[in-house]
Design a protein around this ligand. Structure first.
Ligand code: ZN
Length: 194
């Protein structure tokens, strides 16, 4: 239970982190945070005090929203593209999506440098694609399969700091606090630790 997640808000009520119950209690004891949502059905007992199980805490004297560089990853490419296949334009569940090289690695050298991004494994050369489109595209260039892109892929300048599944938010009573700085993803995002 001490490892259960606790949504952490800054002083302006913006979600900035998820800590665990143990850390949340230490912050409360040190008077650095207060619990603003608790589970009254469960109490945490220690030698000196008894506290209800915190679900959401708010930090005192912390107004910032920590910046996080958007990591280049398969998952973030899919999130950048909003879980939407950039070829057919439809949205899919996470387990139905792939990441595709727009210019396939096997054809990289056949494309003149002025017509391609600098790096084949980059934000600019990879997009979210459904399995079907990915199979049709195979090792072809866009024009060879008459595909076009929904939008030009670029490195995202900003992504929400926290990615939280709706199931988890529901389970711990967080939903009403997730109005900013959070991307809520549906439970279909299985296989990803959120
Ligand atoms: Zn598709």
């Amino acid at each position: 239970m001490l490892n259960s997640p606790v949504l952490t808000l800054n002083s302006g009520m913006v979600p900035i982190d998820i800590c665990n119950v143990k850390e949340a209690i230490v912050l409360q004891v040190l008077n650095k945070a207060e619990a603003i949502r608790v589970d009254t059905s469960t109490n945490i007992h220690s030698q000196y005090l008894t506290l209800p199980l915190p679900r959401v805490i708010m930090l005192f004297n912390f107004h910032k929203i920590p910046k996080k560089r958007v990591a280049y990853s398969r998952l973030n490419i899919i999130y950048r593209d909003d879980m939407r296949c950039q070829y057919c334009g439809k949205r899919f569940r996470m387990d139905e999506l792939t990441v595709d090289h727009i210019i396939p690695l096997s054809k990289w050298n056949s494309v003149p440098p002025e017509h391609r991004p600098e790096d084949p494994n980059s934000w600019e050369n990879q997009v979210c694609a459904c399995r079907r489109c990915n199979t049709i595209k195979g090792n072809k260039l866009l024009y060879e399969c008459r595909f076009s892109l929904l939008r030009k892929p670029v490195e995202p300048k900003y992504m929400p700091y926290l990615v939280i599944s709706r199931d988890r938010a529901n389970k711990y009573g967080w939903l009403e606090f997730l109005n900013y700085n959070v991307r809520i993803v549906e439970a279909i995002d299985t296989g990803v630790s959120l």
